[in-house]
Design a protein around this ligand. Sequence first.
Ligand SMILES: Nc1ncnc2c1ncn2[C@@H]1O[C@H](COP(=O)(O)OP(=O)(O)OP(=O)(O)O)[C@@H](O)[C@H]1O
Ligand SMILES: [Mg+2]
Length: 275
Amino acid sequence: MASDKKNLPRVIAVTSGKGGVGKTNIVGNLAVSLSRMGWRVVIVDADVGLANIDIIFNLRPEYNIRHVIRSEKTLSQVMVESDHGIKILPGGSGFADLTQLNDGEKLNLLSEFEGLSDQADIIFVDTGAGISSNVLYFNAACDECIVIATREPTSITDAYAMMKVMSREYGTRHFKLIVNMVDSDTEAKKVYASLSGALDKFLKNVVLEYVGCIPFDKQLQQAVQKRGLIMDTAPDSLSAKALDEIAKTVGNSPARTDFNGSLTFFMQKAFQAAT
Ligand SMILES: Nc1ncnc2c1ncn2[C@@H]1O[C@H](COP(=O)(O)OP(=O)(O)OP(=O)(O)O)[C@@H](O)[C@H]1O
Ligand SMILES: [Mg+2]
């Protein structure tokens, strides 16, 4: 159980390069699974495109981070809570360009984020697709970076491109991999082998850790269509079981020691990355 864990929250980016590979569903379902294990989970929706974490939780947030930046609302007024007790911070287009914020706005965000520290054990940041600078800032600011890939060659190439640019521009050395929509474990291991092979060859100091895989599952798609999560609609399905296993691994993995851990620090790193 997580009740005795008094550490500062781990801030985990979930990213991919290629769009539509399952980031938002993975974040949502892992959050549900982890919260059932006793962890307090917050999700930051940093997808500035069609932000949709709220959709799979069937929530309709009224406000977003933009209202916090403008000091119109506090972070707790903007956050919405799911039936599972997961708190979601809707991004809207508020995270679109951190470089445009003036000092006062940055300070607002920094002090508001600090308040999240004692409300969460794990904070997931759903970064949205692509390797736009905004996605990179958030990856750089997080303590851990989970990359999602599928067996599609474009997804593998984009996942590699993401790790390459993160290591070159921000010195990120450690990534975790979840392979989604596979037919078998063997297929997932092949994706891992091809990515870690490329890293060994071209980016020697970057380490990719395999976390697990999720099978292709029509039931998951049906859940999305009903604005729901597979963890709720079909908890015994193969994909839900796989997500539970991954959640255990994520929950049990030790917090990195080479970070400060405070959320002020998280936003500061995001701002630094954006300058
Ligand atoms: N394991 C799976 N099996 C079958 N379909 C899946 C699986 N995971 C995701 N999908 C399908 O892929 C679609 C896209 O998933 P999701 O929105 O989570 O991806 P994303 O990476 O967040 O996309 P974006 O880059 O647009 O933010 C889902 O609506 C669902 O239909
Ligand atoms: Mg998404």
